[in-house]
Design a protein around this ligand. Structure first.
Ligand SMILES: [Zn+2]
Length: 340
């Protein structure tokens, strides 16, 4: 491990773009599979590691869906959520806004109240036992259409989980125009939730404009193609709308061809508040520490620069000001201890 990697490993961090089921590591999947012996997912760690070695994007989708298939009851949801926090604690992630997709569970027969109770229970245990603060972004799976948008908004409004801070939109962008989701985002925003849709990952900058105009986005998931529109970059910088950048994910989904061609540098140079995230870490063979290492190399950052990146995530988060100040101070103290 290089000095910089060691610095990153110990650095207190916040993560803003990471998916619930997409965070199921081989260890977690084996625990879930053990609860459901009829599933086709291997439980033996070695076979699982092989299972998690992705050949291509289609294989990723297959594995993702087989993990979704393992989340059958509220206890599975609780276990998944708590164990994700355990994986986060090992990376010194102190705070995470986890993107959860209640529709995937409720359509599989888990009652909405049981789903919410399971994630909330895991959230409280994770905070008291592991020191990881979890917050939720309730995400519309765009490919499931307006029915899923209605269900996601309904659950948010009716159950209002304590940890819920934001409302999102994921899934494919091609063929799923953002403006149609405006009424659901309006309801979520009226409830006090922040708007954080995915946009500009696999489509052009016009999708980011749509997210800003119609969904009143306060942060953009990916926003990779924003660099193709200087006016958009200037707008994001001026209005302090952060981008949630996930380098390895962008390569895995072919949103960007190679890491060397990743536009993170252009985003930073344009004055945009850039945060670094892992998206679906075990599924893309990465974790947040690895993504920080990649970003540090692409941006030519030293330890202070990396600490600055970690503070960007604090700034861009939906923590209250006291919590922000506390985590920022922790990052500063850590960085200072490395200088000393
Ligand atoms: Zn995502």
């Amino acid at each position: 491990m290089s000095d910089l990697d060691a610095f990153i490993a110990g650095l207190p961090k916040a993560e803003l773009h990471v998916h619930h089921v997409g965070s199921a590591s081989p260890r977690i999947v084996s625990e879930l599979a053990a609860r459901h012996p009829d599933s086709t997912v291997p439980t033996d760690p070695e076979a699982l590691a092989d299972y998690f070695t992705f050949r291509d994007f289609a294989h990723f989708i297959d594995v993702y869906l087989s993990v979704v298939e393992l989340i059958r009851d509220a206890e599975d949801v609780r276990l998944l959520t708590y164990e994700i926090a355990r994986d986060m604690a090992r990376q010194n992630i102190r705070y995470a806004e986890l993107t959860v997709t209640p529709f995937s569970s409720t359509r599989r027969g888990i009652p909405d109240a049981a789903f919410v109770e399971a994630i909330e229970d895991a959230r409280k245990s994770a905070e008291s036992e592991l020191g990881v603060i979890l917050r939720w972004c309730f995400d519309i799976p765009g490919e499931a259409g307006l029915e899923s948008a209605e269900e996601t908004a309904r659950i948010a409004c009716e159950l209002q989980p304590e940890g819920l801070v934001s409302f999102g939109l994921g899934g494919p962008e091609i063929g799923v125009p953002r403006p149609q989701f405006k009424p659901y985002f309006d309801r979520a925003i009226a409830l006090g939730l922040h708007s954080v849709p995915h946009a500009g990952e696999t489509t052009g900058p016009e999708t980011v404009w749509d997210a800003l105009t119609h969904l009143r986005a306060e942060r953009i998931g990916h926003g990779t193609s924003s660099v193709k529109d200087p006016e958009l970059l200037a707008h994001l910088a001026e209005h302090r709308i952060p981008l949630e950048v996930c380098p390895t994910s962008n390569i895995a989904t072919r949103a960007v061809r190679t890491l060397e061609e990743h536009p993170i540098r252009q985003m930073v140079d344009a004055g945009v508040l850039v945060t670094v995230n892992s998206d679906d870490p075990p599924m893309f063979g990465t974790d947040l520490n690895t993504e920080y290492g990649i970003a540090a190399r692409l941006l030519g950052l030293d330890t202070d620069g990396v600490a600055g990146l970690a503070k960007n995530a604090v700034t861009a988060s939906f923590m209250d000001t006291t919590a922000k100040a506390r985590l920022a101070a922790e990052i500063d103290a850590y960085a200072a201890s490395w200088r000393g």
